[in-house]
Ligand binder design. Structure first.
Ligand SMILES: Cc1ncc(COP(=O)(O)O)c(C=O)c1O
Length: 480
């Protein structure tokens, strides 16, 4: 049997990516670990002058009631000291702390059943968002096209100017922002529905490409959020992923799999779709088309700013060159913290912890749906998510115009009643109207949720009354 080929990433890289150059000192740092090597290379500060003696982390018992991460006498204390502390406080490798990278690569092998065969590697970044932005940057030229699942997270950007805690005087967009705003390319919206990205719509776009975009190259990549999407809460089933992957091969684009909510799956057991990264070999008999992004933000800490990219070395290295030339590396302190925790737990412990976190969010979802049904039945509708922390609610305000935009209602009237949520239009790259609103159920308790839904009910009822009055006026005018 012939080996599965890895795609040539060279033609996908942007002109700009070639401007970043390697740094002679950093590229020699790997040799420092060679036995007997004396290094006079890097201008590291002498860590004996740093004021920290040790870092002690007190752990909570995990939500899953797991065994300790320390294996030591005190099961809930992690201590970073001596060599670990030196490493944590010192400059580190651009790609990440090597033992953390090894741990993560083995973890990816296990979760996605991908053999560590040199066709892919893991690099860490200061949050997955940094890695996603930099990946788009090393791929996209001015005249390239990026397919983007819509509605989509990177487009949340609107300004609220508050004069009091609740009263807003101005709510407006600041143009097409979000991290993709600085990526020079043209965005092509691909519709997502309650089942996530719609491959039929993707196929329509691509099959008509030469008519709609004569003389233009096919899109280079697709950005998608496959699990518990932000904002829709939708998770794409495996059958759809397979269709998307086939189209990716047929039309030769990369799949940027932003799976920040992958570990917050709380649907039926054993039914979580495999990742694009897991499926690409089986579906397309090739490697390297999927670029995967994972995040520690939702399951360990968002303030630690730690995420990781899993991709062909050509992409990881190109992203790494931006890091090397801008912020050198992801903070080592948080990497060592993560490593100590993960190595203590082992992959099973980490997965069990994540499962515990997912159960927590399922109960939040159940709670929110309970109060939403109580107050909003007949006034709003939504699909129950099986992952993540969002409910994407369609407001049923205008019977005669069910797709009327929710922007005005949510950004002014709801706010005036003391309720903040994100109008769906904030997630539309091309700013199309939408009757949806994104609700986050991750933090609020049942009393607050109940009150929020009660207020939203009032807002919708008042808007309905206004819409009906306007319609009556219209009819009267027509008769005059
Ligand atoms: C879909 C999605 N991707 C990426 C991120 C950013 O994650 P990180 O904290 O790892 O940068 C978020 C944050 O909310 C998100 O919703």
């Amino acid at each position: 049997m012939s080996p599965v080929p890895t795609i040539d990433i060279g033609p996908f890289l942007s002109q700009k990516s070639k401007l970043w150059k390697n740094n002679g000192i950093r590229s020699l740092m790997v040799l420092e670990d060679n036995p007997g090597m004396i290094s006079l290379l890097v201008g590291r500060p002498n860590s004996s002058t740093f004021p920290f003696e040790s870092i002690t982390l007190k752990l909570k018992p995990t939500l899953a009631g797991l065994p300790s991460a320390t294996g030591g006498a005190d099961p809930l204390t992690l201590t970073i000291e001596n060599e670990d502390l030196n490493e944590a406080l010192q400059y580190g490798m651009t790609s990440g702390v090597p033992r953390l990278l090894d741990w993560l690569a083995n973890f990816q092998t296990r979760v996605h059943k991908r053999v560590l065969d040199g066709s892919w590697q893991v690099n860490v970044g200061s949050g997955s968002q940094e890695l996603i932005y930099r990946t788009c940057d090393i791929l996209m030229n001015d005249d390239d096209f990026l397919l983007i699942e819509t509605p989509v997270y990177p487009y949340v950007h609107f300004v609220y100017l508050a004069v009091t805690q609740f009263l807003l005087v101005d709510a407006r967009f600041r143009g097409t922002l979000g991290f993709l705003a600085a990526v020079p390319c043209t965005l092509i919206e691909v519709n997502a529905d309650s089942q996530g990205l719609n491959p039929a719509n993707l196929e329509t776009i691509l099959s008509r490409w030469h008519h709609t975009h004569p003389g233009k190259p096919y899109p280079k990549a697709l950005y998608t959020i496959p699990s518990g999407s932000n904002p829709t809460g939708a998770s794409i089933p495996e059958a759809r992923k397979i269709e998307v992957l086939k189209l990716a091969k047929k039309y030769n684009f990369l799949v940027l799999e932003d799976d920040a909510y992958a570990f917050l799956y709380y649907g039926p057991e054993g039914q979580q779709a495999r990742s694009y990264f897991a499926l690409e070999v089986e579906v397309n008999a090739e490697k390297g088309r999927v670029v995967r992004f994972d995040s520690f933000s939702k399951v360990v800490s968002s303030g630690m700013r730690l995420g990781y990219i899993t991709a062909v070395p050509g992409i990881c290295n190109a992203v790494g060159l931006i890091t090397l030339n801008t912020n050198l590396h992801t903070p080592t302190v948080t990497q060592i913290m993560a490593y100590k925790l993960l190595a203590g737990w082992g992959p099973d412990g980490f997965l069990a912890h994540c499962a515990g976190v997912a159960v927590f969010y399922r109960s939040r979802r159940d709670m929110f749906e309970r109060v939403a049904r109580k107050h909003l039945s007949g006034l709003a509708e939504w699909t129950t998510p099986v992952a993540g922390m969002f409910l994407y609610i369609k407001l049923l305000v205008h019977a005669s115009n069910p797709d009327a935009d929710s922007w005005e209602l949510i950004s002014t009237k709801a706010v005036a009643k003391g309720i903040l949520a994100v109008p769906g239009r904030a997630f539309m790259p091309l700013r199309g109207p939408t009757p949806f609103v994104r609700i986050s159920f991750s933090i609020i308790d049942e009393d607050e949720a109940d009150e929020a839904c009660r207020r939203l009910r009032e807002v919708i009822l008042e808007a309905r009354a206004e819409a009906e009055a306007a319609l009556d006026d219209c009819h009267l005018t027509a008769y005059v």
